[in-house]
Design a protein around this ligand. Structure first.
Ligand code: NAP
Ligand code: GFB
Length: 328
């Protein structure tokens, strides 16, 4: 049975990881299957904020399945600066991709939320039933509300048109092909770039905030496998959290220490506490995922129960080898 899988946002951190797994994983569960055609879009294929561009892409490829990753994405500081843009542009992209997927009768659409969209005032661990139980952290309410609407849209398309639309909720992601922009990126690539420059120029390495906030990080290639599994085997409309366990939560200071080790920075680093910490924690449960995939192996980290260094070293190595051409 042939299928055409369209990956929007295919040139990004997650898209590139899915492409890598499809091309390199030989397992039955995650590798490319006979008769599958995978298409990884970039914004050069069309601006998904525009309905006509979106329709032209679907007309050209006639996808049977869609993994919807395309979004305006950024770390805490970008979210704090551009709340309207993050809200409006992501809602435009999502409305076009979901409605055109319905128009072209795709068999299945998997969209992408984020653990940062959960209520800020909540109990822990957070699970999939809690997405709409209160306002998100004020630092990223624009992005968070656009993402929450995907869940609402999925349910409405399913009820009114019987569309097979679902979503996943990844925690913070890192890996090759990340965005290393010094100001607008996420913490791990941002600090990797900063630490690299401190070592190269013999200048101070400064970490934003207090270093106290806690995060769960998933390696992009692990997430990619889980995305492929969701596309092929997950049957619910309800979202599913894709994250490492609660016990694998690390502090921003742990992240900085792992990056210092991976980059080989010899100096001391300091904290700029004039910069925001953002959400203190957003501890998510991966119980639902482990019920489906009890033996899934995450790439090891080295902080707490997780061997951070292997995943971070691989990601840092990629950055060092691609410094000239990567997004920074
Ligand atoms: P990314 O690296 O910034 O990539 C974003 C992708 O979206 C790129 O391929 C980009 O194309 C495309 N794109 C952006 N605006 C577009 C537009 N107007 N029209 C068409 N394509 C457009 O993002 P990512 O980190 O891979 O994130 C992928 C998904 O995961 C997103 O939905 C994000 O919200 C979600 N997520 C990310 C994290 C994280 O920590 N990174 C955590 C949780 C959830 P170009 O490359 O051509 O610009
Ligand atoms: O990855 P990040 O930017 O976003 O992490 P969130 C922010 C945390 O890292 C804060 C600290 O505690 C920052 O003080 N930090 C320290 C830094 N130095 C830096 C730095 O150089 N750059 C950055 N970016 N942070 C995001 C959401 O929240 O989670 C996004 O805003 C997205 O929408 C993402 O969903 C997954 O984890 O705080």
């Amino acid at each position: 049975m042939s299928s055409v899988i369209l990956v929007t946002g295919g040139s990004g951190l997650v898209g590139k990881a899915i492409e890598w797994v499809i091309e390199n994983d030989k397992s039955e569960r995650f590798g490319k299957k006979e008769g599958e055609q995978w298409i990884f879009l970039t914004s050069k294929d069309g601006d998904l904020r525009q309905r006509e561009d979106t329709e032209a892409i679907f007309k050209k490829y006639k996808p049977t399945h869609v993994i919807h990753l395309a979004a305006v994405v950024g770390g805490l500081f970008k979210n704090m600066k551009y709340k309207l843009d993050m809200l409006r542009e992501n809602m435009l992209i999502n409305d076009n991709v979901l409605d055109v997927s319905k128009e072209f009768k795709v068999d299945k659409l998997v969209s992408c939320l984020s653990t940062c969209i959960f209520p800020d005032k909540t109990t822990y661990p957070i699970d999939e039933t809690m997405v709409h139980d209160g306002p998100p952290h004020e630092s990223n309410f624009g992005y968070a509300m656009a993402k929450r609407m995907i869940d609402v849209q999925n349910k409405a398309y399913n009820e009114q048109y019987g569309c097979n639309f679902t979503s996943v909720i990844p925690t913070n992601i890192f890996g090759p092909h990340d965005n290393y922009d010094l100001e607008d990126s996420h913490v791990l690539p941002g600090l990797t770039h900063k630490c690299y420059l401190a070592k190269k120029n013999n200048t101070p390495f400064i970490v934003g905030g207090t270093g106290k906030p806690l995060r769960q990080f998933i390696y992009s290639r692990d997430l990619a496998k889980l995305f492929i599994w969701v596309l092929r085997e997950y049957k619910e409309t309800e979202p599913i959290i894709l994250s490492v366990g609660e016990k694998d939560e690390v502090s921003i200071k742990d992240v900085a220490d792992a990056i210092v080790d991976a980059v080989g920075f010899q100096g001391e680093y300091s904290f700029d506490t004039t910069r925001a910490d953002g959400q203190y924690k957003k501890t998510a449960s991966n119980e639902k995922l482990l019920k489906y995939l009890p033996d899934f192996e995450f790439t090891p980290f080295n902080v707490g129960m997780y061997h951070f260094d292997i995943a971070v070293k691989e990601s840092t190595q990629w950055f060092l080898e691609n410094y000239e051409t990567c997004r920074r």
